[in-house]
Design a protein around this ligand. Structure first.
Ligand code: NOJ
Length: 514
């Protein structure tokens, strides 16, 4: 694994909404370049940039129509290259968002694939062999060209599925991953990766990485496919980083990914922590962290205690962290996020507690996600410093609240969320036990109870993290004595003959002797 990744803290940028420099109401590459010092100042060492390629933007860019061309609304390929260079000058690596599972229906590959006559693109997508047969359990596109078949869709109905084959095949049109069409698709995707890695990007966050080979219940076909990709990268770009949107780290790591995301859907119980009726991190203290921990430990063990599961503060697909959590709750949540194994990912604006903007109309396939994609709030000037465009021309409306948080004000306040996050990142980066590869052992995570306590370990030290979001004091039995406070938010814990007293709304990291 690239050495920098072990100690990386990522910042996710949704380019549409980060910084507009040409007054058209939408963010651009130049805007990101101008804000790199801010990202470095926060302490982040990596960027995950959401798709920035040519697209009709029916799904915010996850519907690519040309993998080789930056979306003109953000700038040119040259501008993107300059962004890589400027980021590197500041010690920041850039991961692009690779969308290998589907394209836009406007992609020239798909236009060719729609033709009735056989051509090199015919099998690049998954088609049934009769327009009257739709693929079982999946959406499809049909009747829009003379090709006699239905094309499988991967997500929205304008996103046809690229063909990597079927692991289990029960229809004649289902191809093996080793057939010519699927192999060709994989070659095309490798070319895309090669193109951007040569241009200077540092790797990829891979969209829906676990779903490429179809009818693949144990992921065997998809794992085999990613192994091929990793071998290609090891030969040509050994430093290139791959992080998967998969949610099953035992499979993704076997396939050669360096890290995998904890997903907010499926069995992870991520939402129990931040995004349910009674989240664990709410001061009401009615949450439950135990199911999350149980699942986490299961995955941790399955990966041979590698623990390379990235827990994001949020992302462009889920509600903002600040939709349910407020004030100190957010600070305590960040103590957790920044002290767990796997690289932390901070969604732009979460570090200042940007809110979910309620009641917005969907923009570019966002639907309920649109409220989490509003423009970054930099300062208290017009449009919060995001853009010089008239307010009504902004890509997505700003948070209309008079008291909306902003970077400028929070940088000036020692006790702001921004300042807390910055301190925590600095602590993580200078403390090996808190970094991605350090071990973790849960000490206290009982059903319906507080606090949450876990030990993080490096070769040389052990740190006990004690997190109590509840607005009431609590205690737990522990064989550990707290030797030294490494970090604390709120009052500090006290250990008394094997019992640790934990103050209300507090989070602390303590050195212990084992
Ligand atoms: C996951 C992405 O994060 C999401 O935004 C997108 O809509 C789907 N994949 C489809 O690509």
């Amino acid at each position: 694994m690239a050495e920098w990744l072990e100690n990386a803290v990522f910042y996710e940028i949704y380019p549409q909404s980060f910084q507009d420099t040409n007054g058209d109401g939408i963010g651009d590459f130049q805007g990101i370049v101008e804000r790199l010092d801010y990202i470095a100042g926060l302490g982040c060492t990596g960027i995950w940039l959401n798709p920035c390629f040519q697209s009709p933007f029916g799904d915010a860019g996850y519907d690519v129509s040309d993998y080789y061309r930056a979306a003109p609304r953000y700038g040119t390929n040259e501008d993107l290259k300059r962004l890589f260079e400027e980021a590197h000058k500041r010690g920041i690596r850039v991961l692009l968002d690779l969308v290998p599972g589907h394209t836009s229906t406007e992609h020239k590959w798909f236009r060719e694939s729609m033709r009735a006559e056989k051509n090199p693109y015919t099998d690049l997508y998954i088609w049934t062999d009769d327009v009257w047969e739709s693929p079982e359990g999946m959406g499809c596109i049909r009747g829009i060209s003379d090709r006699n078949g239905s094309c499988v869709v991967n997500f929205f109905s304008h996103q046809p599925a690229l063909n990597y084959g079927y692991y289990e095949r029960n229809r004649p049109w289902q191809q093996s991953p080793e057939d010519e069409g699927p192999l060709r698709t994989l070659e095309e995707m490798k070319k895309v990766m090669r193109f951007w890695l040569k241009m200077g990007c540092d790797g990829f966050r891979v969209d829906m990485a676990g779903s490429l080979v179809k009818n693949d219940p144990d992921g065997k076909g998809t794992i085999a496919l990613w192994k091929k990709v990793r071998s290609f990268l090891d030969l040509e770009f050994p430093e290139a980083v791959l992080i998967s949107e998969w949610g099953e780290p035992d499979k993704s790591l076997e396939g050669g990914f360096h890290m995998d995301f904890l997903l907010h859907f499926g069995p992870s119980h991520y939402n129990d922590l931040f995004r349910c009726e009674e989240p664990f991190f709410s001061g009401r203290g009615k949450g439950d962290v135990s199911a999350f921990v149980k699942k986490y430990v299961e995955n941790y063990e399955k990966t041979g205690s590698k623990g390379l599961i990235c827990i994001p503060s949020g992302n462009h697909d889920m509600d903002r962290l600040a939709r349910r959590l407020k004030g100190d709750e957010l600070k305590i949540a960040f103590v957790f996020l920044l002290s767990m194994p796997g690289a932390p990912f901070i969604y732009y604006g979460d570090e200042i507690g940007m809110r979910y903007v309620e009641g917005l109309n969907s923009v570019e396939g966002g639907f309920h996600r649109t409220g989490s994609r509003s423009p970054m709030q930099w300062d208290r000037t017009v449009n919060a410093g995001f853009s010089a465009a008239p307010q009504e021309d902004l890509y997505i409306a700003m948070d209309p609240d008079q008291d909306r948080p902003d970077v400028q004000s929070q940088i000036e306040q020692e006790d702001s969320l921004y300042s807390e996050v910055r301190r925590l990142i600095a602590l993580r980066r200078s403390t090996p036990a808190l970094q991605s590869k350090g071990g973790i052992e849960f000490v206290y995570a009982k059903e319906g109870e507080y606090p949450l306590a876990y030990i993080r370990r490096s070769d040389t030290e052990s740190l006990l993290v004690i997190i109590n979001p509840a607005a009431r004091e609590t205690s737990f039995e522990s064989g550990h004595e707290l030797k030294e406070t490494v970090y604390s938010f709120g009052a500090e814990c006290v250990s008394r003959s094997g019992v640790i007293l934990v103050p209300a709304s507090s989070a602390g990291i303590y050195r212990i002797k084992e």
